[in-house]
Design a protein around this ligand. Sequence first.
Ligand SMILES: Nc1ncnc2c1ncn2[C@@H]1O[C@H](COP(=O)(O)OP(=O)(O)OP(=O)(O)O)[C@@H](O)[C@H]1O
Ligand SMILES: [Mg+2]
Length: 226
Amino acid sequence: MKPDENCIIRTEGISRVYSSGGVSVKAIDNISFEVMHGDFIMITGRNGSGKSTLLHQLALLDLPDVGEIFIEGEKTTHLSEKKRMDFRLNRLGYIFQEYALIAELTALENVMLPAMMLESSKVAKKRAKVMLTKIGLHNKFNRLPSQLSGGEQQKVAIARALINHPKIIFADEPTANLDTTASVDVLEIFKSLNDKEGITIVMITHEPEELVYANRIIQLSDGKII
Ligand SMILES: Nc1ncnc2c1ncn2[C@@H]1O[C@H](COP(=O)(O)OP(=O)(O)OP(=O)(O)O)[C@@H](O)[C@H]1O
Ligand SMILES: [Mg+2]
């Protein structure tokens, strides 16, 4: 067996510097680590420690200035934007703190969107219904985001992230806007996806009590793993 076979993401010395108004900030600084298949990783650290920047790099939403990211052994930093989009669409799911749903679209339409980029709208609709039902929103297909609670909106965002059957789910403080009950709901959904379907989870949290869900915790400080 190759040493890498169990590794789903590997970063080699990645750094990202933001420059604005003549000031540069090294948001992440020479980070090397591996995520294994089936990991449930939580990233923690103070505000501004580089958590979101790191997640953006791992999820191919942004490019590191230095270093390399391999996903399932494939080098990603040299890929064209089109190939990076294919990667995100087919293999990765991303969940934002603020849900990032499209306000004018219903729950069902929001979930269908990524599937429609790969399938007919008929197939996409069918899959979106299955996904929303699985996540407990079978009676909310036609609601607009504004007609849903925060927890329900986040579940729609999870269903959308899952629609193309990703191998990895990234979530940036997915429970930060939710009450305790809705937060536990979301974490239990992640746990079940991880346990039962083997989906790898990488999420950011500020809540110490959420860390028990993780099999590994990564703590960042000033852009470095400590
Ligand atoms: N687009 C940007 N332009 C300039 N600086 C940025 C940008 N995004 C982030 N930064 C800076 O990079 C550093 C890391 O930011 P990042 O958003 O990754 O932190 P974080 O750990 O996610 O913080 P939080 O807990 O507040 O979400 C911070 O100093 C931040 O001000
Ligand atoms: Mg952040």
